[in-house]
Design a protein around this ligand. Structure first.
Ligand code: CP
Length: 349
């Protein structure tokens, strides 16, 4: 398995499903049994945030506490990173001071560089390119809420609206799993328009299609609402997010409203048992209306938010190095420390 969690395309379907299995098992163990698996005792996570966050920050920090470890928060302007210290030097130093790092970055290149220079594993907490921890939480949510008699491979996921990094991430994970993925969005805001601000532009659709070649999944991108018919999961994201800069002239509302607003009528059109998902935060009344978000029968967005924590626990437990590196050297070092402690009268030897 690769050292870092930067992109789910670096992992096999089996590795991703293994993490979901672990996430579901730990969720049950903690929620139902009150038993905390102390897999990361004495481990420290460094959390770098160049952008604001509610769910991601709280999930990482709580996950570390739950697993017996500790998290340190570094918000904008609180560490040398981004000042005169280069990302390479910061990565080298921070990777030697903590056991695992996560970063929510302005530019995807920064989290890639951080991982390149850090000896400790690095987890991507969102960039303008993708949101892989959201992806795993969303996969977990869909697996926990599969329609009766269906496997994840049998399901259809329809994303409504703008080709945000969450939309692209869903295409990645759905195509990896062998699902049918649909983006119902306006021209100019479709995955194929390459709207994401990745420095070395990548062919997003080609990545998804390669996943489909292996998994048997499908990808459809259209501005015709017919494409969402039969969706098991209907997903949307904000029309104007952290990484957007409004263009002069047409407002984003003119582009998306009302055709791409998720309403009860749109949910009914997708199917009577379609379930609603949203990465949150939502702009209520824009991309989705209250009646859909708060529908107790069909809205998964609240459990989806909680599953960020459960799935992040599994990512941390899987990636964070465990166990001693050199037991013999550690025994010798312990003898020196024990002798010093005895001299100080602390061991009572
Ligand atoms: N979904 C998500 O990443 O939420 P935050 O921006 O609050 O972390």
């Amino acid at each position: 398995m690769v050292k870092d969690y930067l992109d789910t395309n670096d992992f096999t379907k089996e590795e991703l499903l293994d993490m979901v299995d672990l996430a579901i098992a730990m969720k049950k163990m903690i929620k139902e049994g009150g038993r905390y698996p102390l897999l990361l005792e004495n481990k420290t996570l460094g959390m770098i945030f160049q952008q604001v966050s509610t769910r991601t920050r709280i999930s990482f920090e709580t996950a570390m506490t739950d697993l017996g470890g500790h998290a340190q928060f570094f918000g904008p302007g609180s560490i040398q990173l981004g000042g005169h210290e280069s990302i390479e030097d910061s990565g080298r130093v921070m990777g030697s001071l903590v056991d695992i790092l996560m970063a929510r970055v302005d530019r995807h290149k920064d989290v890639v560089d951080l991982a390149r220079y850090s000896a400790a594993p690095v987890v991507n907490g969102m960039s303008e390119y993708n949101h892989p921890t959201q992806e795993l939480g969303d996969l977990m949510t869909m697996i926990e809420n599969l329609p009766a008699g269906k496997r994840i491979e049998d399901c259809k996921l329809a994303f409504i609206g703008d080709a945000t990094q969450v939309c692209v991430s869903l295409m990645f994970i759905a195509s990896k799993m062998g699902m049918d993925f649909v983006q119902f969005g306006p021209k100019g805001h479709q995955i194929t328009d390459g709207g994401l601000q990745v420095e070395n532009k990548v062919d997003l659709l080609a990545i998804g299609q390669e996943n489909c070649r292996v998994s048997g999944g499908t990808i459809t991108i259209s501005d015709d609402i017919e494409c969402i018919k039969g969706a098991d999961f209907v997903y949307t994201d904000v029309w104007y997010g952290l990484y957007d800069q409004e263009e002069e002239g047409a407002s984003y509302l003119d582009v998306f409203y009302p055709k791409y607003q998720v309403t009860p009528e749109m949910m009914d059109f997708a199917g009577p048992s379609s379930q609603f998902m949203h990465c949150l935060p939502a702009t209520r009344g824009e991309e989705v209306v209250d009646a859909v978000m708060d529908d107790p029968e069909h809205s998964l967005c609240w459990v989806e938010a909680e599953n960020r924590k459960h799935s992040i626990r599994a990512i941390l437990a899987t990636l964070c190095p465990q166990g001693p590196r050199d037991a013999v050297a550690a025994d010798e070092a312990q003898a020196v420390v024990d002798a010093r402690m005895a001299k100080l009268g602390k061991l009572g030897l």
